[in-house]
Design a protein. Structure first.
Length: 328
């Protein structure tokens, strides 16, 4: 750069809204946003989630309406989390063809077809009576390889029900390869995998545990989710998942891991998703309710930051609201 002040005046391009919009380096599109939704078996009315204002556990009927509204707003996708009425040690409801998740996925395909990408979270914590992400040993440790067999069965059930993408979030070693093999063998070669490749053992998941009713009955998930202190490990996890057949990779949470999103995006040849998780949502809503910040501006700023860091897909509980605000 040779020009200096007073010839160089960067403020010239910031003088008006139109100028700022013209030269903006980062933009948000509704199609890049994914709305996480919760479907609960056995309720007759949507059930509000206390720690997540405006978010509910849906009935089948209310979920169909919410999906139609999201599609009309231009939201790119829906991530479905199911909450069964009965749970057991092996999460039997997770791959039950008549289970609440499979019924909801079929409902969504019937309601919106291909207008949104229908994504199915593939984990077991919402379905097990112990709240962990897989089968357990007698000592309470998660059994990695035996759990892969369950993940494979769940993936097939979700694909049969109509999911465009299955999204393994359990952080088991080898999960993507096991799921890809199972889907191909079951006649679902076109069903994609959005891998939760860098999912950290984060304190930001607190409100989600209420929403999905999947809190561990004992212990924690540090043995399989990533240590927040590690970054290189995330790149290894991502590379392994891509080698095993992941079509998209995810970093979760988002705001505290913008550096990880950037490093992953600079490294991989597939789309990178980031999950703006329940704790991020709840903090903004709580601060806004107390008048401590401008809610709409903070929502826009945080989503822009995630996009700027390199995420091409963002999961956020504000997806439908923001999509409507942005327009198509």
């Amino acid at each position: 750069m040779s020009a200096e002040f007073p010839v160089a005046r960067p403020r010239r391009l910031r003088r008006t809204p139109a100028l700022r919009a013209m030269v903006a380096e980062t933009s948000l599109r509704p199609a890049e946003l994914v709305l996480p939704v919760f479907i609960k078996e056995g309720i007759s009315e949507p059930r509000p989630i206390g720690s997540m204002p405006g978010v509910v556990q849906h009935t089948r009927e209310s979920l169909r309406k919410a999906a139609a509204d999201a599609a009309a707003a231009g939201v790119g996708g829906l991530m479905v989390f199911g909450i069964p009425a009965a749970k057991d040690g092996r999460g039997s409801a997770a791959d039950d063809p008549a289970g609440i998740s499979q019924l909801a996925l079929a409902d969504l395909r019937a309601e919106i077809g291909d207008a949104c990408v229908i994504m199915a979270d593939l984990c077991m914590c919402e379905y097990t009576d112990h709240g962990h992400c897989g089968l357990l040993t007698p000592d309470g440790d998660v059994r990695n390889d035996a759990t892969l067999e369950r993940y494979a069965a769940i993936a097939i059930a979700q694909a049969d029900a109509g999911a465009h993408l299955v999204a393994p979030s359990g952080m088991m070693d080898g999960q993507v390869g096991a799921i890809r093999t199972a889907l191909d063998a079951a006649g679902h070669p076109d069903t994609g995998i959005c891998a939760y490749s860098a999912k950290y053992a984060s304190a930001f998941y607190g409100p989600f545990r209420e929403a999905a009713e999947g809190a561990p009955a004992f212990g924690d998930r540090a043995s399989h989710q990533q240590d927040p202190a590690n970054a290189v490990e995330a790149l290894r996890e991502v590379a392994l998942d891509i080698d095993e057949g992941a079509d998209m990779v995810m970093v979760k949470p988002a705001l505290a891991y913008l550096d990880i999103i950037r490093r992953v995006a600079d490294t991989v040849p597939v789309p990178v998703a980031a999950y703006q998780v329940s704790g991020e949502f709840a903090m903004v809503e709580a601060a806004a309710a107390n008048g401590w910040l401008d809610r709409d501006r903070v929502i826009s700023e945080t989503l822009t930051a995630i996009r700027r860091a390199g995420a091409s897909v963002i999961l956020t509980y504000w997806a439908a609201e923001v999509a409507a605000r942005l327009g198509r």
